[in-house]
Design a protein around this ligand. Structure first.
Ligand SMILES: C[S@@+](CC[C@H](N)C(=O)[O-])C[C@H]1O[C@@H](n2cnc3c(N)ncnc32)[C@H](O)[C@@H]1O
Length: 276
């Protein structure tokens, strides 16, 4: 992903391409699928020790972000959407007979350096506080420092020490919270779960799959990075997030909830030509 420092110092998907209602319209950046090189491996942050002063500052920033989000029109609208039957029925379907969805968060970014990751994390934490069907939150991003990880733990999250490359198998109902990740991570997640029973146990928050489909090109690396995203479109229900105000646009633009219901394993497209 590129960091668009010229605009606001925040992570952004790519540089603005068009204007839409006066706001930035962005295009998801893809990253070539590198199945051979993407091993799951233990992860160590670059910093070795927690810095107590930085820790206190990051904690304060997070508390401020949670308060700001909680009292925003954006959050009210976000909750209203989750409570609408068309969306809540999807979550109920993912839950099945289980009481809780565990949350796995990939690609949150640096909560010390940027506001968007703080707003995104705030939403996840507020969801857990609001709904008893949201279980533990596990987090992984290779950019997280030991200090940031300690703040995440103090907020009740578990920081993973293995880079799963987003290939977690949904053996139980799981909410994957993957705000503004690169296409290859969504692709990896789908590939690891390319079976009806697993796909139906997934609720995914991330870049709009519809947008990937609209913007796909014939470049081989784009096709490789998005092929399962595109192949899943036929059995994906997608609900777009409303950013509501400019304050929340950088953190939530072009994001959607996604639910998968392929019906039968035999309806899943066979994707055998990995070398495409
Ligand atoms: C474009 S940034 C998005 C950051 C933040 N969510 C935002 O919207 O500003 C993509 C993030 O994915 C993270 N990432 C890359 N590979 C990852 C992996 N294997 N597992 C989890 N996160 C990963 C990067 O470190 C980066 O923070």
């Amino acid at each position: 992903m590129v960091k668009n420092a010229s605009i606001d110092g925040e992570w952004t998907v790519v540089l603005p391409s068009k204007r839409r209602h006066g706001k930035r319209k962005t295009k998801p950046k893809v990253h070539e699928e590198e199945e051979e090189e993407e091993e799951e491996k233990p992860w160590k942050s670059d910093d070795l020790e927690i810095d107590p002063q930085r820790q206190a500052r990051v904690k304060q920033k997070m508390e401020n972000a949670i308060k700001k989000v909680e009292s925003s029109k954006f959050y009210t609208t976000f909750l209203e959407q989750l409570k609408r039957p068309e969306v809540s029925d999807q979550f109920r379907h993912v839950l099945g007979a289980e009481a809780q969805l565990q949350m796995v968060m990939y690609g949150i970014g640096s909560i010390e350096s940027y506001e968007s990751p703080r707003f995104q994390l705030s939403i996840a934490i507020l969801m857990k506080r609001e709904f008893d069907w949201v279980g533990n939150i596990e987090v992984f991003d290779p950019v997280l420092s030991v200090t940031e990880s300690s703040v995440l733990e103090s907020l009740g999250c578990t920081v993973l020490s293995v880079n799963e490359q987003a290939r977690r198998e949904a053996l139980k109902p799981t909410l994957f919270f993957m705000p503004h990740c690169e296409a290859n991570l969504y692709n990896n997640l789908l590939q690891a779960n390319w079976r009806m029973d697993r796909l139906s146990r997934i609720a995914l928050f991330g870049n709009s799959f519809q947008m990937y489909e609209e913007q796909v090109t014939l470049e081989p690396q784009v096709i490789r990075a998005t092929k399962r995203i595109i192949a899943s479109r036929g059995f994906t229900s997608e609900f777009a997030i409303e950013t509501v105000s400019d304050d929340y646009f950088p953190a939530f633009h072009d994001s959607s909830w996604h639910f998968f219901s392929p019906g039968l394993d035999s309806e899943l497209p066979l994707l055998v030509s990995e070398g495409l």
